[in-house]
Write a protein that binds this ligand. Structure first.
Ligand code: IMP
Ligand code: MG
Length: 208
């Protein structure tokens, strides 16, 4: 499947197409509804992790029939070492107080699991009533942190993927599918607009 325009540049494989994404996100929405039957009195707070989770969040909440509230957090790496240390910096905190609330962390992808692990620790300290995690993608990766994901969209191979909110050097978020880029493109030090994605294509200092 070819995507016209610049957003299709370098796409060598569509891992998950639009129809499959839409079907699965619909299922996840219904599963979430079933977990919060009292949403009229006690709406869950969906917490999207910026920036990658925006597309998923937007589709997921519209797949739910119950009441929900939404909020966002932005976190960033502490430089290039973050992937191993799992220490993240909060760039944007929640607008809501979550003490006593039912919260759902909405993540685009769990790779090493360290970002999510750190985020969950941080949110637990605020004493929500419970926390669940819904992630669209999880990479099958040896040595990844054993962080619990309550609802998962898809398990994918340990490859760098873009689209549906996920970026490479800030671009490709507007691809409507989950795609694999040509590794030659990933290997370039600078992105298409001169960004330097560092040695690891997704360990920039920006919100991911
Ligand atoms: P982790 O801490 O290694 O689990 O990585 C967490 C974040 O890195 C995710 O929430 C994404 O924003 C980003 N990330 C990880 N893998 C990919 C990928 O294959 N493509 C784009 N972003 C990714
Ligand atoms: Mg993310």
């Amino acid at each position: 499947m070819n995507y016209p325009g610049a957003r299709g540049h370098g796409v060598i494989d569509v891992l998950i197409d639009e129809a499959t994404l839409s079907r699965r996100v619909g299922e996840l929405g219904r599963e979430l509804d079933a977990l919060y039957p009292d949403s009229a009195n006690d709406p869950p707070l969906l917490i999207g992790v910026l920036t990658g989770a925006v597309t998923f969040m937007s589709d997921l909440m519209r797949a739910m029939d119950g009441h929900v509230e939404i909020d966002f957090m932005a976190v960033s790496s502490y430089g290039a070492s973050t992937r191993s240390s799992g220490v993240v910096r909060i760039l944007k905190d929640l607008d809501h107080v979550i003490e006593g609330r039912r919260v759902v962390v909405v993540e685009d992808i769990v790779d090493s699991g360290l970002t999510l692990q750190y985020l969950l620790e941080l949110l637990r300290q605020r004493e929500p009533r419970d926390i669940r995690v819904v992630a669209l993608l999880r990479k099958l990766k040896a040595g990844a942190a054993d962080v619990p994901v309550d609802l998962l969209g898809f398990e994918i191979p340990d490859e760098f993927v873009v689209g549906y909110g996920l970026d490479f050097a800030g671009l490709y978020r507007n691809l409507p599918c989950i795609a694999v880029l040509d590794p030659a493109l990933l290997g370039e030090r600078a992105g298409p607009h001169g960004e330097h994605p560092s040695s690891d294509p997704h360990s920039s200092g920006e919100a991911r």
